[in-house]
Design a protein around this ligand. Structure first.
Ligand SMILES: Nc1nc2c(ncn2[C@@H]2O[C@H](COP(=O)(O)OP(=O)(O)O)[C@@H](O)[C@H]2O)c(=O)[nH]1
Ligand SMILES: [Mg+2]
Length: 391
Protein backbone atom coordinates (compact mmCIF):
# COMPACT_ATOMS: atom_id res chain seq x y z
CA UNK A 1 0.00 0.00 0.00
CA UNK A 2 1.56 3.32 -1.00
CA UNK A 3 1.97 5.53 2.03
CA UNK A 4 1.86 8.90 0.30
CA UNK A 5 -1.85 9.15 -0.37
CA UNK A 6 -3.87 12.13 0.74
CA UNK A 7 -6.06 12.01 3.84
CA UNK A 8 -9.10 12.58 1.56
CA UNK A 9 -8.15 9.50 -0.39
CA UNK A 10 -7.78 7.42 2.75
CA UNK A 11 -11.14 8.58 4.02
CA UNK A 12 -12.84 7.88 0.70
CA UNK A 13 -11.26 4.44 0.59
CA UNK A 14 -12.87 3.66 3.92
CA UNK A 15 -16.25 4.87 2.66
CA UNK A 16 -15.89 2.79 -0.49
CA UNK A 17 -14.94 -0.33 1.43
CA UNK A 18 -17.85 0.09 3.80
CA UNK A 19 -20.43 0.45 1.03
CA UNK A 20 -22.41 -2.66 0.16
CA UNK A 21 -24.91 -1.49 -2.41
CA UNK A 22 -23.59 -2.33 -5.86
CA UNK A 23 -24.51 0.91 -7.59
CA UNK A 24 -23.40 3.06 -4.70
CA UNK A 25 -20.08 1.23 -4.67
CA UNK A 26 -19.51 2.40 -8.24
CA UNK A 27 -20.16 5.99 -7.24
CA UNK A 28 -17.77 5.76 -4.29
CA UNK A 29 -15.09 4.04 -6.33
CA UNK A 30 -15.30 6.70 -9.03
CA UNK A 31 -14.87 9.32 -6.34
CA UNK A 32 -11.92 7.39 -4.96
CA UNK A 33 -10.23 7.23 -8.35
CA UNK A 34 -10.67 10.95 -8.82
CA UNK A 35 -8.77 11.49 -5.56
CA UNK A 36 -6.01 9.02 -6.38
CA UNK A 37 -2.41 10.27 -6.47
CA UNK A 38 -0.95 10.75 -9.93
CA UNK A 39 2.62 9.67 -9.29
CA UNK A 40 4.31 6.61 -10.73
CA UNK A 41 4.26 4.59 -7.52
CA UNK A 42 0.46 4.64 -7.47
CA UNK A 43 -0.08 3.28 -10.98
CA UNK A 44 -0.50 -0.35 -9.95
CA UNK A 45 -3.02 0.52 -7.30
CA UNK A 46 -4.99 2.74 -9.69
CA UNK A 47 -4.94 0.02 -12.31
CA UNK A 48 -6.39 -2.44 -9.81
CA UNK A 49 -9.13 -0.04 -8.79
CA UNK A 50 -10.00 0.56 -12.44
CA UNK A 51 -10.31 -3.15 -13.04
CA UNK A 52 -12.54 -3.38 -10.01
CA UNK A 53 -14.66 -0.52 -11.36
CA UNK A 54 -15.06 -2.24 -14.72
CA UNK A 55 -16.09 -5.39 -12.90
CA UNK A 56 -18.66 -3.55 -10.81
CA UNK A 57 -20.11 -1.93 -13.90
CA UNK A 58 -20.38 -5.29 -15.63
CA UNK A 59 -22.16 -6.66 -12.57
CA UNK A 60 -24.67 -3.82 -12.62
CA UNK A 61 -25.26 -4.29 -16.33
CA UNK A 62 -25.90 -7.98 -15.76
CA UNK A 63 -28.29 -7.26 -12.94
CA UNK A 64 -30.19 -4.74 -15.09
CA UNK A 65 -30.37 -7.14 -18.00
CA UNK A 66 -31.84 -9.81 -15.73
CA UNK A 67 -34.42 -7.33 -14.50
CA UNK A 68 -35.26 -6.32 -18.06
CA UNK A 69 -35.77 -9.93 -19.02
CA UNK A 70 -37.98 -10.58 -16.03
CA UNK A 71 -40.05 -7.53 -16.80
CA UNK A 72 -40.40 -8.23 -20.50
CA UNK A 73 -41.50 -11.75 -19.72
CA UNK A 74 -44.21 -10.41 -17.49
CA UNK A 75 -45.68 -7.38 -19.20
CA UNK A 76 -44.44 -7.01 -22.74
CA UNK A 77 -45.30 -10.35 -24.16
CA UNK A 78 -44.67 -10.48 -27.86
CA UNK A 79 -41.62 -8.25 -27.86
CA UNK A 80 -38.89 -10.16 -29.60
CA UNK A 81 -35.48 -9.94 -28.02
CA UNK A 82 -33.33 -7.90 -30.37
CA UNK A 83 -30.25 -9.54 -31.77
CA UNK A 84 -27.76 -8.47 -34.39
CA UNK A 85 -27.10 -4.98 -35.71
CA UNK A 86 -30.77 -4.07 -36.06
CA UNK A 87 -34.26 -5.46 -36.28
CA UNK A 88 -36.72 -5.26 -39.17
CA UNK A 89 -40.33 -6.22 -38.63
CA UNK A 90 -42.29 -7.54 -41.63
CA UNK A 91 -45.95 -6.60 -41.69
CA UNK A 92 -48.47 -7.56 -44.32
CA UNK A 93 -51.78 -9.21 -44.96
CA UNK A 94 -52.20 -12.95 -45.13
CA UNK A 95 -50.34 -14.81 -47.93
CA UNK A 96 -48.41 -11.73 -49.02
CA UNK A 97 -45.18 -13.73 -49.06
CA UNK A 98 -43.57 -12.72 -45.77
CA UNK A 99 -42.44 -16.21 -44.81
CA UNK A 100 -41.17 -16.96 -48.32
CA UNK A 101 -39.20 -13.69 -48.23
CA UNK A 102 -37.56 -14.56 -44.92
CA UNK A 103 -36.70 -18.07 -46.10
CA UNK A 104 -35.08 -16.66 -49.24
CA UNK A 105 -32.59 -14.47 -47.34
CA UNK A 106 -31.97 -16.45 -44.13
CA UNK A 107 -31.40 -20.03 -43.04
CA UNK A 108 -34.88 -20.13 -41.58
CA UNK A 109 -37.43 -22.64 -42.73
CA UNK A 110 -40.76 -20.98 -42.03
CA UNK A 111 -43.99 -22.52 -43.22
CA UNK A 112 -44.91 -21.07 -46.60
CA UNK A 113 -48.53 -21.81 -47.28
CA UNK A 114 -51.46 -20.49 -49.25
CA UNK A 115 -53.74 -20.68 -46.24
CA UNK A 116 -54.08 -17.76 -43.81
CA UNK A 117 -52.13 -17.47 -40.57
CA UNK A 118 -49.56 -20.15 -41.24
CA UNK A 119 -47.28 -17.99 -39.06
CA UNK A 120 -49.21 -17.83 -35.78
CA UNK A 121 -46.74 -15.94 -33.57
CA UNK A 122 -44.00 -13.33 -34.14
CA UNK A 123 -41.07 -15.28 -35.54
CA UNK A 124 -37.45 -14.06 -35.83
CA UNK A 125 -34.68 -15.11 -38.23
CA UNK A 126 -31.19 -13.80 -38.89
CA UNK A 127 -30.12 -12.35 -42.23
CA UNK A 128 -26.40 -12.11 -42.89
CA UNK A 129 -25.34 -8.98 -44.76
CA UNK A 130 -21.62 -8.82 -45.51
CA UNK A 131 -20.22 -8.71 -41.98
CA UNK A 132 -23.28 -8.02 -39.87
CA UNK A 133 -26.50 -9.78 -38.97
CA UNK A 134 -29.88 -8.16 -39.32
CA UNK A 135 -32.79 -9.69 -37.49
CA UNK A 136 -35.99 -10.12 -39.50
CA UNK A 137 -39.22 -10.70 -37.61
CA UNK A 138 -42.41 -11.86 -39.26
CA UNK A 139 -45.52 -10.97 -37.33
CA UNK A 140 -48.84 -12.75 -37.90
CA UNK A 141 -50.73 -11.31 -40.85
CA UNK A 142 -52.72 -8.14 -40.30
CA UNK A 143 -56.40 -7.73 -41.12
CA UNK A 144 -58.92 -5.04 -40.40
CA UNK A 145 -59.55 -5.26 -36.68
CA UNK A 146 -56.32 -7.11 -35.87
CA UNK A 147 -55.54 -4.53 -33.21
CA UNK A 148 -58.66 -5.59 -31.32
CA UNK A 149 -57.42 -9.17 -30.94
CA UNK A 150 -54.91 -10.42 -28.38
CA UNK A 151 -52.42 -11.79 -30.86
CA UNK A 152 -52.85 -8.78 -33.13
CA UNK A 153 -52.11 -6.39 -30.32
CA UNK A 154 -49.11 -8.45 -29.30
CA UNK A 155 -47.84 -8.53 -32.87
CA UNK A 156 -48.27 -4.80 -33.28
CA UNK A 157 -46.30 -4.27 -30.08
CA UNK A 158 -43.39 -5.98 -31.81
CA UNK A 159 -43.78 -3.57 -34.73
CA UNK A 160 -43.91 -0.68 -32.29
CA UNK A 161 -40.58 -1.55 -30.69
CA UNK A 162 -38.71 -2.49 -33.82
CA UNK A 163 -36.01 -0.49 -35.61
CA UNK A 164 -37.65 -0.60 -39.03
CA UNK A 165 -40.97 -1.74 -40.43
CA UNK A 166 -41.04 -3.45 -43.83
CA UNK A 167 -44.54 -3.20 -45.27
CA UNK A 168 -44.94 -6.28 -47.41
CA UNK A 169 -47.24 -5.73 -50.38
CA UNK A 170 -48.24 -8.65 -52.58
CA UNK A 171 -48.11 -7.61 -56.24
CA UNK A 172 -50.57 -10.33 -57.17
CA UNK A 173 -53.33 -8.81 -55.02
CA UNK A 174 -55.15 -5.50 -54.79
CA UNK A 175 -52.73 -2.76 -53.66
CA UNK A 176 -55.11 -0.27 -52.15
CA UNK A 177 -56.84 -2.85 -49.97
CA UNK A 178 -53.52 -4.08 -48.57
CA UNK A 179 -52.15 -0.62 -47.87
CA UNK A 180 -55.35 0.57 -46.21
CA UNK A 181 -55.51 -2.48 -44.00
CA UNK A 182 -51.87 -2.29 -42.92
CA UNK A 183 -51.63 1.47 -42.47
CA UNK A 184 -54.97 1.46 -40.66
CA UNK A 185 -53.89 -1.10 -38.08
CA UNK A 186 -50.48 0.52 -37.57
CA UNK A 187 -52.21 3.82 -37.03
CA UNK A 188 -54.54 2.34 -34.44
CA UNK A 189 -51.51 0.90 -32.66
CA UNK A 190 -50.23 4.52 -32.59
CA UNK A 191 -47.24 3.75 -34.75
CA UNK A 192 -46.17 6.64 -36.98
CA UNK A 193 -44.06 5.81 -40.00
CA UNK A 194 -41.09 7.75 -41.31
CA UNK A 195 -42.00 10.87 -39.39
CA UNK A 196 -39.05 12.77 -38.10
CA UNK A 197 -39.20 12.36 -34.38
CA UNK A 198 -36.76 15.18 -33.99
CA UNK A 199 -38.82 17.75 -35.90
CA UNK A 200 -40.16 18.80 -32.51
CA UNK A 201 -38.62 18.17 -29.14
CA UNK A 202 -40.41 19.03 -25.96
CA UNK A 203 -38.98 18.99 -22.51
CA UNK A 204 -41.02 19.38 -19.38
CA UNK A 205 -39.19 21.60 -16.94
CA UNK A 206 -39.78 22.63 -13.36
CA UNK A 207 -39.70 26.37 -13.95
CA UNK A 208 -38.99 29.06 -16.50
CA UNK A 209 -42.37 29.23 -18.20
CA UNK A 210 -42.88 28.22 -21.79
CA UNK A 211 -39.85 28.63 -24.04
CA UNK A 212 -40.13 28.17 -27.77
CA UNK A 213 -37.13 27.83 -30.07
CA UNK A 214 -36.93 27.58 -33.85
CA UNK A 215 -40.44 28.95 -34.40
CA UNK A 216 -39.63 29.61 -38.08
CA UNK A 217 -39.82 25.83 -38.57
CA UNK A 218 -43.39 25.77 -37.29
CA UNK A 219 -46.51 26.19 -39.40
CA UNK A 220 -48.15 28.48 -36.84
CA UNK A 221 -47.14 31.28 -34.51
CA UNK A 222 -45.47 31.33 -31.15
CA UNK A 223 -48.56 32.76 -29.50
CA UNK A 224 -50.60 29.83 -30.76
CA UNK A 225 -48.14 27.37 -29.27
CA UNK A 226 -48.11 29.13 -25.91
CA UNK A 227 -51.87 29.41 -25.83
CA UNK A 228 -52.29 25.74 -26.73
CA UNK A 229 -49.91 24.63 -23.98
CA UNK A 230 -51.64 26.82 -21.42
CA UNK A 231 -54.94 25.21 -22.33
CA UNK A 232 -53.29 21.85 -21.62
CA UNK A 233 -52.41 23.24 -18.17
CA UNK A 234 -48.73 23.21 -19.05
CA UNK A 235 -46.91 26.19 -17.63
CA UNK A 236 -43.28 25.13 -17.88
CA UNK A 237 -41.94 23.59 -21.05
CA UNK A 238 -39.16 23.97 -23.57
CA UNK A 239 -40.32 23.42 -27.14
CA UNK A 240 -37.72 23.13 -29.88
CA UNK A 241 -38.73 23.06 -33.53
CA UNK A 242 -35.74 21.56 -35.25
CA UNK A 243 -37.21 20.88 -38.66
CA UNK A 244 -40.37 21.87 -40.51
CA UNK A 245 -43.16 20.91 -38.16
CA UNK A 246 -46.94 20.90 -38.13
CA UNK A 247 -49.39 21.06 -35.26
CA UNK A 248 -49.70 17.28 -35.48
CA UNK A 249 -45.92 16.96 -35.03
CA UNK A 250 -46.20 19.02 -31.88
CA UNK A 251 -49.03 16.84 -30.56
CA UNK A 252 -47.04 13.70 -31.33
CA UNK A 253 -43.95 15.02 -29.59
CA UNK A 254 -45.99 15.63 -26.45
CA UNK A 255 -47.56 12.21 -26.53
CA UNK A 256 -45.10 9.55 -25.45
CA UNK A 257 -47.52 6.77 -26.36
CA UNK A 258 -46.85 7.42 -30.04
CA UNK A 259 -44.01 5.37 -31.53
CA UNK A 260 -42.00 6.63 -34.49
CA UNK A 261 -40.60 3.93 -36.71
CA UNK A 262 -38.71 4.03 -39.99
CA UNK A 263 -40.45 2.17 -42.78
CA UNK A 264 -40.18 1.02 -46.38
CA UNK A 265 -42.27 -1.10 -48.73
CA UNK A 266 -41.19 -4.47 -50.05
CA UNK A 267 -43.36 -5.52 -52.99
CA UNK A 268 -43.40 -9.30 -53.33
CA UNK A 269 -44.21 -11.78 -56.08
CA UNK A 270 -42.66 -9.65 -58.82
CA UNK A 271 -42.93 -12.73 -61.02
CA UNK A 272 -46.73 -12.99 -60.79
CA UNK A 273 -49.18 -12.03 -63.53
CA UNK A 274 -50.09 -8.34 -63.41
CA UNK A 275 -47.24 -7.53 -61.02
CA UNK A 276 -45.64 -4.92 -63.30
CA UNK A 277 -48.83 -2.87 -63.50
CA UNK A 278 -49.46 -3.10 -59.79
CA UNK A 279 -45.89 -2.07 -59.06
CA UNK A 280 -46.45 1.06 -61.18
CA UNK A 281 -49.65 1.79 -59.27
CA UNK A 282 -47.86 1.29 -55.96
CA UNK A 283 -45.07 3.69 -56.96
CA UNK A 284 -47.49 6.34 -58.15
CA UNK A 285 -49.60 6.23 -55.01
CA UNK A 286 -46.99 5.65 -52.31
CA UNK A 287 -43.62 6.37 -53.91
CA UNK A 288 -43.33 9.77 -52.27
CA UNK A 289 -43.96 8.36 -48.79
CA UNK A 290 -41.89 5.18 -48.92
CA UNK A 291 -38.95 3.70 -50.69
CA UNK A 292 -40.34 0.72 -52.59
CA UNK A 293 -38.37 -2.34 -53.59
CA UNK A 294 -39.90 -5.05 -55.78
CA UNK A 295 -38.67 -8.60 -55.35
CA UNK A 296 -39.53 -12.18 -56.11
CA UNK A 297 -38.70 -14.87 -53.58
CA UNK A 298 -39.55 -17.39 -56.25
CA UNK A 299 -36.95 -16.25 -58.79
CA UNK A 300 -34.60 -14.51 -56.35
CA UNK A 301 -34.91 -11.27 -58.28
CA UNK A 302 -33.66 -8.12 -56.51
CA UNK A 303 -33.05 -9.78 -53.15
CA UNK A 304 -29.67 -8.12 -52.81
CA UNK A 305 -31.10 -4.66 -53.41
CA UNK A 306 -33.69 -5.43 -50.76
CA UNK A 307 -31.06 -6.43 -48.19
CA UNK A 308 -29.28 -3.11 -48.68
CA UNK A 309 -32.52 -1.15 -48.60
CA UNK A 310 -33.27 -2.74 -45.23
CA UNK A 311 -29.78 -1.86 -44.04
CA UNK A 312 -30.19 1.75 -45.17
CA UNK A 313 -33.41 2.07 -43.23
CA UNK A 314 -31.77 0.99 -39.98
CA UNK A 315 -29.77 4.23 -40.00
CA UNK A 316 -26.63 2.57 -38.74
CA UNK A 317 -23.01 2.66 -39.78
CA UNK A 318 -20.12 0.25 -39.47
CA UNK A 319 -16.61 1.18 -38.42
CA UNK A 320 -13.60 -1.11 -38.15
CA UNK A 321 -10.84 -0.72 -35.60
CA UNK A 322 -7.24 -1.27 -36.57
CA UNK A 323 -3.93 -1.50 -34.81
CA UNK A 324 -1.12 0.21 -36.76
CA UNK A 325 0.79 -2.30 -38.87
CA UNK A 326 -1.97 -4.89 -38.65
CA UNK A 327 -5.00 -5.71 -40.75
CA UNK A 328 -8.24 -4.08 -39.69
CA UNK A 329 -10.67 -6.07 -37.55
CA UNK A 330 -13.08 -8.21 -39.56
CA UNK A 331 -16.05 -7.51 -37.34
CA UNK A 332 -17.32 -3.94 -37.39
CA UNK A 333 -18.57 -1.86 -34.51
CA UNK A 334 -22.14 -0.91 -35.34
CA UNK A 335 -23.23 2.58 -34.33
CA UNK A 336 -26.22 4.82 -35.02
CA UNK A 337 -25.81 7.14 -37.99
CA UNK A 338 -24.45 10.49 -36.85
CA UNK A 339 -22.01 8.91 -34.39
CA UNK A 340 -18.59 10.46 -33.80
CA UNK A 341 -15.15 9.10 -32.90
CA UNK A 342 -15.95 9.31 -29.20
CA UNK A 343 -18.92 6.93 -29.62
CA UNK A 344 -16.67 4.38 -31.27
CA UNK A 345 -13.95 4.82 -28.62
CA UNK A 346 -16.49 4.32 -25.87
CA UNK A 347 -17.79 1.18 -27.44
CA UNK A 348 -14.30 -0.29 -27.77
CA UNK A 349 -12.63 0.70 -24.56
CA UNK A 350 -15.53 1.79 -22.42
CA UNK A 351 -15.27 5.02 -20.51
CA UNK A 352 -11.64 4.70 -19.42
CA UNK A 353 -10.36 5.34 -22.89
CA UNK A 354 -11.91 8.72 -23.45
CA UNK A 355 -9.81 10.28 -20.70
CA UNK A 356 -6.64 8.91 -22.20
CA UNK A 357 -7.65 9.70 -25.77
CA UNK A 358 -4.96 11.41 -27.78
CA UNK A 359 -6.16 11.23 -31.38
CA UNK A 360 -7.70 8.95 -33.93
CA UNK A 361 -6.66 8.23 -37.47
CA UNK A 362 -9.44 7.61 -39.94
CA UNK A 363 -8.71 5.63 -43.05
CA UNK A 364 -11.22 6.14 -45.84
CA UNK A 365 -10.46 4.23 -48.98
CA UNK A 366 -13.00 5.99 -51.13
CA UNK A 367 -12.26 9.53 -49.94
CA UNK A 368 -9.93 12.08 -51.52
CA UNK A 369 -7.90 12.33 -48.35
CA UNK A 370 -7.44 8.70 -47.44
CA UNK A 371 -5.90 9.20 -44.05
CA UNK A 372 -6.62 11.92 -41.59
CA UNK A 373 -5.97 12.57 -37.97
CA UNK A 374 -9.09 13.61 -36.10
CA UNK A 375 -10.46 14.38 -32.65
CA UNK A 376 -13.24 12.94 -30.52
CA UNK A 377 -16.01 14.91 -32.21
CA UNK A 378 -15.23 13.86 -35.75
CA UNK A 379 -18.29 12.39 -37.53
CA UNK A 380 -17.94 8.82 -38.72
CA UNK A 381 -19.00 7.33 -42.03
CA UNK A 382 -20.04 3.82 -42.92
CA UNK A 383 -16.95 1.78 -43.72
CA UNK A 384 -14.46 3.94 -41.82
CA UNK A 385 -11.35 2.23 -40.51
CA UNK A 386 -10.25 3.80 -37.27
CA UNK A 387 -7.03 3.75 -35.26
CA UNK A 388 -7.44 4.97 -31.72
CA UNK A 389 -4.38 6.36 -30.02
CA UNK A 390 -4.09 6.86 -26.31
CA UNK A 391 -1.61 8.53 -24.08
N1 LIG B 1 -45.40 -16.42 -57.51
C1 LIG B 1 -44.90 -16.25 -56.29
N2 LIG B 1 -45.55 -16.75 -55.22
C2 LIG B 1 -45.04 -16.55 -53.99
C3 LIG B 1 -43.84 -15.78 -53.80
N3 LIG B 1 -43.60 -15.70 -52.49
C4 LIG B 1 -44.59 -16.41 -51.88
N4 LIG B 1 -45.46 -16.93 -52.77
C5 LIG B 1 -46.65 -17.74 -52.47
O1 LIG B 1 -47.57 -17.01 -51.67
C6 LIG B 1 -48.20 -17.86 -50.73
C7 LIG B 1 -48.06 -17.28 -49.32
O2 LIG B 1 -46.69 -17.23 -48.98
P1 LIG B 1 -46.21 -17.03 -47.48
O3 LIG B 1 -44.77 -16.70 -47.51
O4 LIG B 1 -46.62 -18.16 -46.62
O5 LIG B 1 -47.07 -15.72 -47.06
P2 LIG B 1 -47.24 -15.05 -45.61
O6 LIG B 1 -48.59 -15.43 -45.12
O7 LIG B 1 -47.18 -13.59 -45.88
O8 LIG B 1 -46.14 -15.53 -44.75
C8 LIG B 1 -47.56 -19.23 -50.87
O9 LIG B 1 -48.42 -20.05 -51.62
C9 LIG B 1 -46.29 -18.95 -51.63
O10 LIG B 1 -45.90 -20.03 -52.46
C10 LIG B 1 -43.18 -15.24 -54.97
O11 LIG B 1 -42.16 -14.57 -54.94
N5 LIG B 1 -43.77 -15.50 -56.18
MG1 LIG C 1 -46.18 -16.44 -42.90
Amino acid sequence: MPTNVSPEFDKQRQIYEDTNDLEQRIVELEKLLSLAPRHKGAERMIGDYRKKLAQLRADVEKKREQERQRRSGASEEGVIRKEGAGQVCLVGISNSGKSALINSVTNADLTVADYPFATPIPTPAMMLLEDINIQLVEIPSLFEGAYDTGIGRQSLSVARNTDCIAIVIDLSQDIEFQMNTILGELDRARIRLNREKSAVRVERVGMGGIMVYGIHHYEGTKDEVVEFLKKQKITNMIVRFQKDASFQNLLDAMDSSVAFVRALVIATKGDAAGSKERFQELKEKYGNRFEIVAISSETGENLDAMRWALYDHLDILRVYTKIPGKKREDKPIVLPEGSVVEDAAEKVHKELFVERFRAAVILREKAKIKRRQVGLNYPLQDGDVIQLMSR
